[in-house]
Design a binder for this molecule. Sequence first.
Ligand SMILES: Cc1ncc(COP(=O)(O)O)c(C=O)c1O
Length: 426
Amino acid sequence: MMHNKEKMKLAYAELTAPKRIILTPGPVEVDPRVLRAMGTPILGQFDPAFTAIMNEVMDMLRQVFQTKNHWAYPVDGTSRSGLEAVLCSILEPGDRVMVPIYGRFGHLFAEICERYGAEVHTIECPWGEVFEPGHVIAEMKKIKPKVLAMVHGETSTGRMQPLAEIGRACREQDVLFVVDAVASIGGADVRTDEWYIDALVAGTQKCLSVPAGMAPITYNSRIEKIVLARKKVERGIATDEDRAYPRSMRPITSNYFDLGMLQDYWSPRRLNHHTEATSMIYALREGLRLVLDEGLGARFSRHKLHEKALIEGLLAMGLSLFGDPVHKLPCVTCVNIPDGTDGESVRHMLLEEFGIEIASSFGPLHGKIWRIGTMGYGCRKDNVLALLGGLEAVLIRHGVKVNRGEGLQAALDVYQSEKTKSIVLK
Ligand SMILES: Cc1ncc(COP(=O)(O)O)c(C=O)c1O
């Protein structure tokens, strides 16, 4: 009889992953330099060598978030952990929240607020559009919420909501403005301070090209004031001073997402809360370093360039784009699935034959559009050209009438005119 250990050896080969070109709206290809940073030896979470890295991460986040806020650090968990941490730390049961919804992730905001007992007021606009800021402001004046929660880059519809006017109105009305910039951070301009955003939540697995598992957040003193009024340190580590703390509001109901305890860990006090995800901090640090090294402006222009090449290619092929073009999210391009075409079959064939992954969408858009993500490290010429070539071939196999060869030529035209422009500029 074979020994159990030998059987196990036969059953499990060494881990391998097929080569893929991931062009979904996340998770996307991780920058190899980030993967390399993740292999850095683990340090203890209170080792000064590690806490110095934590401080660097805070500093880099401030730059990427374009903020002077002191608090800028990651919550351990996927992006929604950041949304939940911010909301549960500022909301008490019965608090009024307004959520303008223009896609799936607006619904997520509303759902999280409901679960924490808030009185949630939603307004909705058709998926594929964004709100006229004046409309949001007028509704906000009627509803008079404590918090207005809004998505900046809505990946389910590929739209980007202008926030500046809404943020200013929130500040004038003394409403806390909480923003989901999970998809836009690192791929489009996000101006935390200039747009009067009180709390902002980002994601790692999209335009930062870091694996999923952390939610970088930032918040200002208006949020911190509430957090401190609810401060409660975990019983097993609280000091007499913590126990005597003059709390004026009820404590935050979540332990894991308590921003008061998280900020104690991310401050010189380094009060123990969770065990830090060391390798993810390394990954985030490297991801942020690469963003800053490229430069925010250059990075946003790169996303716009590849978006343009992709769009021109898709249109030249004979496909049409979904949604309001003026408010398109640069890193997500939504394509109408041609009538009578099995969108899932196209996606499967693209993956099987070309190793390229694109996404479908959710709710009312499921089966109607494909979503193509050009995010962070994956936002490159070779990926755009591979997608256009592969998609054309797969569509022909599915009997769709396309303008053969024209998609790639149109994208090449964009790249070549860009090259000419940069030579002229030099
Ligand atoms: C705009 C937006 N918000 C929030 C989320 C939730 O993120 P996660 O799946 O990392 O929790 C996503 C994920 O795709 C997203 O695109």
